[in-house]
Design a protein around this ligand. Sequence first.
Ligand code: ATP
Length: 309
Amino acid sequence: VDVKNVTKKYGDIVALDGFNMEVQKGEIYGLLGPNGSGKTTTLNCILALLKCDEGKIKLFDEEMTPARYDLKARVGYVPQDISVFKDLRVYENIDFFCGLYIKDKMLRKKYVEEAIEFVGLQDFRKMYPKKLSGGLRRRLNLACGIVHKPELLIFDEPTVAVDPQSRNSILEGIRKLNEDGATVIYTSHYMEEIEALCDRVFILDLGEEVAYGTKEEVKKLVGHTQTVVLTLDRIPNGFEEALKASENGVQHVLLKEETLELTVDQTIFSMMKLIGFVEQEQLVIKSLSIKETTLEEAFLQLTGKTLRD
Ligand code: ATP
C-alpha cells in the first residue's frame, strides 16, 4: 500500500494533510492515533470509498480508483461499525459477502465453512445478528471481511467494546491470518494491542504524521528515557517536585497510589544518586525497579496526549 501526499478535506476540516504511508507485503502495520486523528479517513481513501482532494494511492503497485474492482477483490475490510445484514442469518451473511468475490460454488461453500470455524461461530450459524452478543456480532463482522481470503486485510478498530475473550480470539485470528500470508493494516487506540500485534507503527495526530517505524524506532524517537518505579514507606509533601529539581535527569513524576513512576533521561540519571536522595529524606525504599519505555509513554511524549483523550 503506497499513500503519497494525500489531502482530504471535509468542508473546512482538513482530515488528512499531505499524508504519506507505505505498507510492505507480509507485515502487520499499526495505524495509531487518538479519536478524530484521521484513521478512518485514511482507510476510506485507501479503499477509494472516499475521493481524496490531492495525492495518489497505489495498491499492489497499481493506482487505486473507485472502479478498480479487481484490486478491491484482493482486499478485505472489517469496518469499525458492524456492517452485516440484519435480515440474513449468520451463515447467509458470510455466504453473501463471499459470493461477491468467489463465483465457484464448491470453493465458496468451503470458504464460508472455514470462516465460520475461524471465528468460532459454528453453534450460531442459523441465528440472526440481533440475537448475538456484541462480541459474537463483532466476530461475524470479521468473518464477512475475511471470508474470500484476501491478500490485504484492513481492520478499523475491530475490538472496540468486545469482551476480553472475544478480543483475544480476534487478535489471535489476525495473527494467524498474517502467518498464512495476508498483509494487515490494523487501526486502534488500544496501545497494548498495537504493541502486541504490529511489526511497524504509524502514529497519526490531526491528520499528520507524528512518527513511524518499528516499535523500537518510535520509542527511540522520544530519547533515551526509562521509567524508574519506586515505592517508599511514605511520600512527604513536595517530594515529587523535589525529585524533579534534584538534577538527576528526572523528567516526569507520576504518582500511582503508593508508587512513584519517574521518567528519567538515561544519559544523566544515576541510581546511586536517587538512593542517596531518598535516604537523605529519611525514607525507606520498599521496592525499586526499572521498566523500559512503552509505546504508550512514547505516544504521550510525542503528542502530549493519551490515546483515549
Ligand atoms: P475515531 O477514532 O474517532 O474513529 P479517526 O482517527 O478514525 O477517529 P476520522 O473519523 O478519520 O478520525 O476523522 C478525522 C477528522 O475528520 C475528525 O476531525 C472528524 O470529525 C472529521 N470527519 C470525519 N468524517 C467526516 C464527515 N463525514 N464530515 C465532516 N467531518 C468529518
